[in-house]
Design a protein around this ligand. Structure first.
Ligand SMILES: [Zn+2]
Length: 90
């Protein structure tokens, strides 16, 4: 992740103050990838307030965290970001 390079911890923690900042960042990454529903392979969707994306056909929701490194973490996305940062810079 290029964003982790050349930053110090202070800048990093300022950029990612809360979980939502991290989610917005991840969603920004994901939004560059065209949506494709994992169930019906439909490609149009609506984006919800919590950054999830909802397939226009079956109306099921894909989490903003799906397919990202933070999908499976149990301790919160922001903490996961800091772990990534430490691995990238340490
Ligand atoms: Zn679908």
């Amino acid at each position: 992740m290029d964003i982790f390079k050349g930053q110090n911890l202070l800048e990093f923690s300022d950029r990612f103050k809360i979980d939502t900042d991290c989610k917005e960042y991840l969603v920004g990454l994901k939004s560059e990838i065209p949506f494709k529903c994992s169930r019906c392979h439909h490609t149009t969707c609506q984006t919800g307030a919590d950054f999830s994306r909802q397939c226009n056909i079956y109306r099921h929701t894909e989490s903003a965290m799906a397919d990202t490194l933070c999908h499976k973490v149990k301790f919160g996305v922001r903490k996961a970001f800091f772990i990534c940062f430490e691995m990238a810079t340490g």
